[in-house]
Design a protein around this ligand. Structure first.
Ligand code: SF4
Ligand code: SF4
Length: 447
């Protein structure tokens, strides 16, 4: 089964999924515009999925306009509704486990969970996808790149080795990290005028008096240790326990949710009190397994503690123009959207990209497993960055940071990708008598 009909982008009320107030008009009637996939058979299922979760979908189609892969293909099977229909067919035994469409669509899905935010029935698509991949990607059917990465991050010795090779944030009593370097073609200087603190967004849990432990993160330890150093610089009250493993998000998203949960619980024991993380994806995974009150992503933590940036980020004598790329799981899983925007707006001129809340195509291992599709998801965003003429694109997840870095470099953009921690750390006073490191990095503009 490879060919499928395209369905309408609107709900029965005429609104798109994003606009619909919540499905007040009820489910769309089944009809010629509906999916043409096999329906579930009566009787016992295979036990792959949580039946209650699978049954929750009412096939209304409100999620279709929110789905980046549906936007790419226009194919029902590449939509959330189409994939849930595939899951039901798999569960019911109407499709063989080795059906190529199952393999393709379980892999093509970004796992961005944008569909959850517009679903009137409260379908937990992210959980269903984990259960699907637990079955679909078991054993040797798991892509070898995912296998290799999961093996790497599961070994504490290898993680410690990364810390030795790349100096990460240090423990209490050690010198705080210096501010990160500034972008080429941009000079970052400080303004003594501090601005108002950023309010928190949504309905965060009550702040606790617990100790705070900074999570170093697997990707960050290897690729971006400077992000952890900048976070430590912003939150000197946080401890940085040296013995900390992987949070397990990588496993949960790549077909081994049991190990994903085990690693999350172990990390919860290794990091006392509030777990502070600079990775939106890790925050959502940990919050799911340890409880929301145990976990804070950096921007919401700073907002809650009323962080007041010391200065502004300047570029060529003017306030920098900066946009945000949301982390999908931070936005769609935890609902954190305002704190990073408000923090950026404290220190620079904030520019909202039209697709800021849409996936950048990084999606964990996706950019490695499906580089061509990942690029297709990212490319429209790169055009928006150029149109907006921003100096920085700020990320709140290391995977997004890597994706944006590579994309902007490929597009020969003058904009620089930067993590929020580094960006906020740029807004500090340069030491008296010492050249501003940003000025040293300032060079001629690229053509
Ligand atoms: S996942 Fe939600 S929005 Fe999408 S078809 Fe099912 S019930 Fe409707
Ligand atoms: S997780 Fe993202 S890519 Fe996958 S079905 Fe939902 S919206 Fe589409």
């Amino acid at each position: 089964m490879t060919d499928h009909d395209t369905v309408d982008h609107t709900g029965p009320c005429g609104s798109s999924g994003a606009e619909c107030a919540g499905g007040a008009c009820g489910p769309a009637p089944a009809g010629p515009t509906g999916p043409v996939l096999p329906g579930p058979s009566a009787g016992q299922g295979r036990g792959i999925f949580d039946k209650e979760l699978l049954d929750r979908c009412i096939s209304c189609g409100f999620c279709l306009p929110a789905c980046p892969t549906y936007a790419l293909t226009g194919q029902e099977t590449s939509s959330p509704r189409g994939r849930i229909t595939l899951m039901r067919a798999l569960e019911a035994g109407d499709l063989a486990p080795d059906d190529p469409t199952l393999a393709e669509e379980s892999s093509f899905c970004l796992g961005c969970r944008a569909c959850e935010t517009v679903c009137p029935a409260g379908v937990q698509y992210g959980r269903l996808l984990e259960q699907w991949r637990d079955h679909q990607w078991s054993g040797r059917r798991r892509p070898w790149i995912a296998r290799a990465l999961m093996m790497l991050v599961s070994r504490p010795g290898l993680l410690r080795l990364q810390g030795l090779v790349r100096r990460h944030a240090r423990g209490p009593g050690e010198k705080a990290a210096p501010a990160p370097s500034a972008p080429s073609s941009a000079s970052a200087t400080a303004s003594a005028s501090a601005s108002a603190s950023a309010p928190s967004s949504g309905k965060p849990p009550e702040p606790s008096q617990q100790p705070v432990s900074l999570m170093l993160g697997c990707v960050e330890r290897g690729l971006y240790p400077r992000v952890s150093r900048a976070a430590r610089h912003l939150c000197p009250e946080a401890d940085v326990p040296t013995a900390q493993g992987c949070c397990g998000a990588l496993h949960a998203h790549n077909g081994d949710s049991a190990t994903g949960e085990k690693l999350a619980r172990r990390l919860g024991e290794q990091l006392p009190g509030t777990i502070l993380t600079t990775a939106g994806g890790c925050a959502a995974h940990l919050a799911h397994h340890l409880g929301r009150d145990r976990v804070r992503e950096l921007s919401e933590y700073l907002a809650e503690k009323g962080h007041r940036p010391a200065g502004r980020v300047m570029v060529d004598g003017r306030r920098a123009r900066a946009a945000l790329q949301d982390s999908c799981h931070l936005r769609n899983g935890l609902g954190v959207t305002r704190p990073p925007r408000e923090l950026i707006a404290e220190v620079a001129d904030y520019v909202e990209l039209p697709s800021a809340g849409k996936c950048c195509g990084a999606a964990g291992t996706y950019s490695l497993l499906r580089p061509a599709d990942s690029k297709k998801v990212l490319d429209p965003k790169l055009s928006e960055v150029e149109a907006a003429d921003v100096d920085y694109v700020v990320a709140v997840n290391p995977g997004c940071l890597r994706q944006l870095e590579q994309g902007l470099r490929r597009a020969r953009s003058r904009a620089k990708a930067i993590h929020l921690a580094e960006f906020l750390a740029l807004a500090t006073e340069p030491e008296p008598g010492r050249p501003d490191p940003a000025s040293r990095a300032h060079g001629p503009k690229e053509p």
